[in-house]
Design a protein around this ligand. Sequence first.
Ligand code: SAH
Length: 364
Amino acid sequence: MKKILFDLTDSELEQFVTDMGLPRFRAKQIREWLNRGAPNFSVMKNLPTELREKLDSVAKTLPVKIVQKLESNDNQTTKFLLELNDCEQIECVLMRTTYGNSVCVSSQAGCAMGCKFCASTLLGLKRNLTVNEMFAQVLIAQWELRGDKLKDTHPNGDANNNDVSHIVVMGTGEPLQNTENVIGFLERANKDLNISWRRITVSTCGIVPGIDALNTCGRPINLAISLHAPDDDLRAQIMPINNRYKIQEVLDAAFKFSETHNRQLMIEYILLGKKNEHGEIELFNSTPEHAEKLSDLMHGHNVMVNLIPWNAVDERDFASISGNAVHRFQDILIKNGIHTRIRRERGADIGSACGQLRLKSARK
Ligand code: SAH
């Protein structure tokens, strides 16, 4: 297996270059490229061509390699299928928005949670990702935005439009099954890339001890809870984790987190329909009664309910509901004084919903 230079410490990298018979300063040059997210050695312009070729034959730059890169028709969304050193594949998505550049990071290869509407979990969990494997996803996006250009300092200190400014841990996997590495990764993103805690969001299906651990680590990040149903019976039908942690227990831990850090809690709610025997789409978790129940759960708390249109997954027997049904659901939340918005669909044309690209690649 080729050595991954990004994973070496500074002294190990020095040792590596001196073992190759090179002067020490090469280690520093290589490190600068690695920190910028150089995807391969051929971009390292201040190294002689023969050296770049030699490095390529014995080493890799980052712990992730781009297998496929897809651009959405909106020109704002880029999705990467990435390969890890053990050939597992993961996905990450770069979204350019008016408020900054956001990267959606995967925390595991596969997922064990078994949610009935999701593609990521269909092949089960392969393994947790390391700190470097998560950090490298952000570097891949950073390189996509900036290429080999160095960061220029903006006079008013604002983030440049070629910086990654936001991280959402909402890719494949359950971050709170890999809490220690996720926290390590976020600490690193904050320290090395200067990404503000308040522009980082971790999304969980509701693992209570993990939420408590995030709380203990004391960083004022945003927490998102994938709720998707307003009562335990319905939620258990689509999210097996509900058999372990009930809605109220999850919400209590989440409200505590948001109050401690004075952050608005994000609630994710996919609006699902299901086909009946006549082929008609019936509302599954998205009737007006469900909206009333959801309002009751949220009442009096600092929350934003993010309504998510379901991204169709062939293997799953749910259906998207009409735009009007989405609006009617939202209007009930608004009437009840609950903050809510409808998540803009991004990158649906490139299979940006959890795990679809990876699934397709694994089935080839
Ligand atoms: N395991 C974490 C993070 C990954 S999933 C969690 O459950 O929050 C990120 C979000 O995408 C979750 O809210 C998840 O429920 C949602 N999601 C999964 N499959 C989807 C699909 N096909 N369409 C829309 N959203 C989906």
